[in-house]
Design a protein around this ligand. Sequence first.
Ligand code: DP6
Length: 325
Amino acid sequence: MTIEATARAHPNMALVKYWGKRDEQLMLPSTGSLSMTLDEFPTTTTVRLRTDGGPDVLELNGVVAGGDAAARVTRFLDLVRERAGSEARAIVRSRNEVPTGAGLASSASGFAALATAASAVYELPQDTTSRSRLARRGSGSACRSIIDRMAVWHAGTDDESSYAERIDAPELAMVVVVLDSGRKKVSSREAMRLTAATSPFAAAWRESTARTLEDMLAACREGDVTRIGELAEVNALRMHAVIQSTSPSVRYLSGRSLDVFDGIESLRADGIGVWGTADAGPNVVAITRPADAAAVAEALTSHGEVRVVRPGPGARLLEDPADAV
Ligand code: DP6
């Protein structure tokens, strides 16, 4: 019996955003979404089964974690144990290689790595689709980080049908512009609830996103980078619009974020194919062609620290014991 496994996963950046759940228990999203898995900022996680009867322990970057983070991991492991018919508790050690201040969310890479390592030690099915479904239960967007390069998350109607899958797409690059590393004031989960409960535009957001996903899938199939960028930018700004329309209003973009969007627009006016997106925080990510990435990074560097990222690998087990956290 294996008692320890280590897995590595990377964050993903959505080009069609997931913002809203139809079932919070099963973590079913209200619409499908689409993202690029990044080749930077990995999370490496080792899960070790306890043989001494002690409780679950979560260690993040060498520090034992409590509170919400630990409770979320225990809830996730409870689901794993229920499926595996096991009572064994675990020690989870996780290391994020997000540079200090990158402000990139680590819940997607974190739960993708945890689902992969836990599936191995608890002897659950380890195929991509099963791990994607499982990772979804920890954090919705984590189901996409199981997949390499480009993934579509099928909204589905039940646990079985809601998972991410690889799609073909033209080669893209992204320039991450780091503006702020502070913890967000309102978590995505909380703000999604608030959106569903209070925004008069929530239904319009769901309907338009479902249509955008269809258009985005067609643009990916056709290899149309311009269309992909245009759709992604509009979808991101619509997400921020619906978020701002909550009561009380939540606003993740700052004045500096809007300055970056302006910078992107003026690069476009100069003939460079570049479009903006942003998740639930102020950092802006520019989407472009690999050949233009260096010029875009150079142009945006006055706004904040920039990092060029490319399509990266899906979550996978690391076999070398030296990789254990
Ligand atoms: C803005 O996946 O972090 O990044 O499912 O509640 O854990 P939970 O939320 P999470 O939300 C991600 C929101 C987003 C958009 C996206 O990645 O699609």
